[in-house]
Design a protein around this ligand. Structure first.
Ligand SMILES: [Zn+2]
Length: 385
């Protein structure tokens, strides 16, 4: 396979030769005005569901896992982390086991799964930080429980999001980090000292910084400043135009530095569903508003998750935070791969050919990039034509 395009970082014309699933050769060529950009595909480390199906489903099957994972090809996603949210031990165990089974049985699923993200249940029970995680299933960290899930996953759990304000959380974090899992701080009401203690114990990420938080907090100090200022934490950000105002995205990206930011979609199975109130297994009582926001049912302030895919973040990052296209791609592809230990695709000979071709929109609009083509392991899995 041969792919022509404009290099996302250098802006120069390039021809990729792809053989046996890998980039086998790269030529410098003169670009044509009609050519799209070419870049590594997106790696989304927080995907709760897609197209009407959530991973938190008591009747999750191998086929349903496939129904979530494969359709994201059209969004330029080449790998993602199925994300389980707070629920009973049994439901989460079933979902994790089923995702592992899908990876074992279906190579199409396996090559698109970069790891499993467990978000909860060891989160804050306060309204605001808790977001849409059901209060009755919120609980204190439990190593035995987490180990059972890790076993059921075939050691695929790559990220655990927790709130570090529990007693005994410091040794728990050390144990989880020592077992090779990234501990990410999120849905928390922790004091700055508790945040610092968690990072000292090995926590290395913040989950959707600025969301899963109180509507009103003390101006300073607080858990947002503390995480923003700590260079040992990479922040994941939801840059869909709804979850964070443009000024906050810019301040976070500048405060952390682009190299310490990744973008995630946090997309749920309600993505793309018509406005209305829904009772869901995964999120409980939620409402899809006319403007596409997904909120906790009965109010307008607390978002319950996202309904837009990760590719919308690229043009938004350039608009909101004035980053380069190169930096935006690093945040959506290369850094997330590194965090979860998934093989990184760069436009270099020998890398797995997980590449996309896309067009940038007019940046004066709020349109997203247009995905023209998605190639996973050297196979064209989506084409706009
Ligand atoms: Zn969350």
């Amino acid at each position: 396979m041969i792919l022509d395009g404009i290099h996302y970082a250098t802006g120069e014309g390039l021809r990729l030769h792809i053989r046996d699933g890998r980039i086998a050769g790269i030529e410098s060529v003169e670009s044509k005005p009609s050519w799209p950009y070419i870049a590594p595909g997106f790696v989304d480390v927080q995907v709760n569901g897609y197209g009407g199906q959530d991973f938190n489903d008591p009747e999750l099957t191998v086929e349903k896992v496939r129904q979530v994972v494969l359709p994201m090809d059209r969004d330029g996603v080449t790998a993602s982390c199925p994300t389980l949210t707070t629920h009973s031990f049994e439901l989460m165990h079933h979902a994790i086991e089923t995702i592992a089974q899908a990876c074992d049985e279906d190579p199409e699923v396996a090559r698109r799964v970069a790891g499993v993200h467990v978000e909860g249940p060891y989160l804050s029970e306060e309204d605001g930080p808790r977001g849409a995680h059901p209060r009755k299933h919120i609980r204190a960290p439990d190593w035995d429980e987490f180990q059972k899930w890790q076993e059921a996953s075939g050691s695929r759990i790559a990220i655990l999001t927790l709130a570090p304000e529990y007693d005994e959380v410091v040794p728990f974090i050390r144990q989880v980090v020592d077992s090779g899992v990234v501990v990410s701080i999120g849905h928390t009401a922790a004091s700055p000292d508790q945040v610092k203690a968690a990072v000292d114990a090995g926590a290395s990420m913040s989950t959707h910084l600025g969301n899963g938080a109180h509507g009103e907090i003390r101006r300073h100090p607080n858990y947002i400043w503390e995480q923003l200022a700590d260079d040992r934490l990479v922040a994941s950000l939801i840059v869909d135009g709804h979850h964070l105002p443009a000024s906050v995205v810019k301040s976070f990206v500048r405060g952390k530095h682009p190299s310490r930011c990744v973008v995630v979609s946090d997309i749920t199975g309600l993505g793309g569903m018509p406005p209305g109130r829904y009772q869901t297994q995964a999120l409980g009582d939620v409402e899809v508003l006319d403007d596409g926001r997904l909120v906790v049912g009965g109010q307008r302030q607390f978002l319950a998750g996202a309904a837009l895919p990760i590719h919308v973040a690229i043009a938004n990052l350039i608009r909101f935070a004035a980053v380069s296209l190169d930096e935006a791609i690093q945040m959506a592809s290369i850094r997330p791969s590194e965090i979860v230990g998934f093989p990184v695709t760069r436009l270099e000979v020998g890398c797995t050919a997980n590449v996309i071709r896309f067009d940038l929109p007019d940046l004066a609009t709020n349109e997203p990039i247009t995905i023209r083509e998605n190639v996973i392991a050297g196979e064209r899995v989506y084409s706009q034509e």
